[in-house]
Design a protein around this ligand. Structure first.
Ligand SMILES: Nc1ncnc2c1ncn2[C@@H]1O[C@H](COP(=O)(O)OP(=O)(O)OP(=O)(O)O)[C@@H](O)[C@H]1O
Length: 486
């Protein structure tokens, strides 16, 4: 455990670090973030005693570091500095072994089994074992960086201070070093304070983050309490946006480029749609921000091509995703840029309408295979497998929607679809009650994201009104087409 109390210090008379206080418990990892020159490295230097503190104190297990002599302190705390004077012409093994100097005692100190184990463990953990006998000068910058991390690790101190440990490392080695740091913290109780420039890595690997600004603490707390877009924008003077990591409940930050770049024409018109026997296609000149429950490329993303593909009624394939990928490859569609829905109805039953609004046109496309419609409130009564029958709906918006508006637009569209089924008196054959949809309906909302952002997409908003009317009317029309052409 390390405690920093109202610590100030710097170079000569100039205070760089001002009044910093925090505690890192045993087995926890603190990440220090901040713009260039905000005092991160200086803070580590004052914490480790490399630079004198002008006021305040640093405690290791509640004992001031001033009470330790250099060797005793080095046994407790290992430091990886930002810049290494690479005076080594010796081997990797010898460089890592230097980490053991605090443990060497007496004038003729001998190399113990413990020393050997610590060096072997450190080299293995950092992936430098295979360079063991290579001279340091023969290693790349990233390989040398890993050797320096190994040297700090070999010190087997309780507290590790790391200044940009992932400097020069490719992503695989960044992961290796940071995984190793986390593992040593969680499994061996190592306490870690590390300066990182990459906020996303810091979010993933640190329990807490300290954000520095002009030598002072701007914020400290769990990643989600520190990585707040407005706060990061203020401190770094850069436009950013936050999003959730897809698999881990940690925030991530992405930079927003300046928008001076020429933007191509960004309007979807009727000409962007084509209907052929196999599919209904929308091909956009710009990627559209999309949210969908499609078979291929579902979820949230940016896509340029959209297919509502007609497949035979007996289309039962074990691996639908693979079959669709094969189709895209055969037909020369981009696997990563195309969203695909499947329908058993033929493409000539499509209903496609344009709705003109003040912010731009909205297109609604529906194919409605309602032969096997279901009443969602009664499906719990049935034991059978879902069978074919699909209403596919696209809402394509020449406009800009907030994240919230996208989800509300989905709800609005779905409500309008259900209302259309009610109006057309489409029934669940088993219960003879009004159907609410089919077992495998799919919905897609896509927008050009140009123009003024629409914050909400509920039924009484500007965009919600057109979605409500558009999906209702177009679904009714698609049901008529299905009834007359089936
Ligand atoms: N040896 C030095 N002598 C005098 N001033 C220094 C020295 N090293 C750094 N500084 C000053 O201290 C301030 C903080 O520097 P520091 O290296 O701590 O920043 P940092 O946050 O680690 O930056 P970076 O992200 O660029 O590594 C800077 O204004 C810098 O110019």
């Amino acid at each position: 455990m390390i405690t920093v109390e109202q610590l100030s210090g710097g170079y000569g008379d100039v205070p760089i670090v001002k009044n910093v206080s925090f505690t890192v418990e045993k087995g926890k990892v603190l990440g220090i973030l901040g713009p260039n020159g905000s005092g991160k490295s200086t803070l580590l230097k004052v914490m480790s005693g490399i630079l004198p503190a002008t006021s305040g104190s640093v405690l290791l297990d509640r004992k001031n570091i001033k009470t330790y002599n250099a060797r005793a302190l080095a046994k407790k705390m290992a430091v990886l500095p930002q810049l290494h004077a690479n005076a080594f012409s010796n081997s990797v093994r010898e460089a890592v072994s230097l980490g053991r100097y605090p443990h060497q005692t007496g004038f003729f100190s001998s190399w113990s089994d413990k020393d050997e184990q610590a060096v072997q463990h450190a080299m293995a953990q950092t992936g430098v074992l295979r360079y063991e006998n290579t001279p340091m000068e023969f290693l790349s910058g990233g390989e040398q960086q890993r050797v320096f991390v190994a040297q700090a690790l070999a010190q087997t101190a309780e507290v590790l201070l790391l200044d940009e440990p992932t400097n020069h490392l490719d992503i695989a080695h960044q992961r290796q070093i940071l995984d190793m740091v986390r593992k040593e913290a969680v499994e061996c109780g190592l306490t870690v304070v590390m300066v990182l420039h990459d906020m996303n890595l810091a979010s993933l690997y640190c329990d807490e983050l300290l954000l520095m600004e002009d030598g002072q603490m701007r914020a400290i707390g769990a990643p989600h309490e520190v990585l707040i877009a407005s706060q990061i924008e203020e401190v770094y003077q850069a436009r950013v946006t936050t999003y959730s990591h897809p698999e881990i409940p940690k925030p991530q930050i992405t930079m927003m480029p300046a928008t001076s770049e020429h933007q191509p024409r960004a309007v979807i018109t009727k000409e962007n749609f084509t209907v052929v026997e196999d599919f209904i296609q929308l091909k956009s000149e710009i990627p559209l921000k999309t949210i969908s429950s499609a078979v291929h490329n579902p979820g949230i993303g940016w896509y340029e091509c959209f297919l509502n593909r007609s497949v035979p009624g007996d289309y039962i394939i074990n691996n639908v995703k693979q079959e669709v990928a094969g189709f895209l490859q055969r037909e020369n569609f981009s696997l990563t840029g195309t969203v695909v829905m499947l329908t058993a109805v033929s493409t000539n039953m499509v209903a496609l309408n344009e709705y003109k609004t003040d912010f731009g046109s909205v297109f609604v496309m529906v194919t409605a295979g309602v032969g096997n419609a279901v009443d969602v409130s009664r499906t719990h009564e049935r034991q059978d497998q879902p069978y074919v029958g699909t209403i596919n709906t696209w809402v394509i918006i020449n406009g800009c929607l907030s994240e919230e508006a996208f989800f509300q637009a989905m709800m609005t569209a779905n409500e309008a679809k259900t209302k259309a089924l009610q109006t057309e008196d489409i029934r669940d054959k088993r219960t003879n009650t009004v159907a609410t949809g089919t077992a495998t309906d799919s919905l897609l909302i896509a927008a050009t994201q140009r123009g003024k952002e629409m914050i909400y997409g509920g039924p009484i908003t500007e965009v919600g009104k057109v979605i409500g009317r558009g999906v209702f009317e177009t679904t009714v029309q698609a049901i008529h087409n299905y009834k007359t052409k089936a």
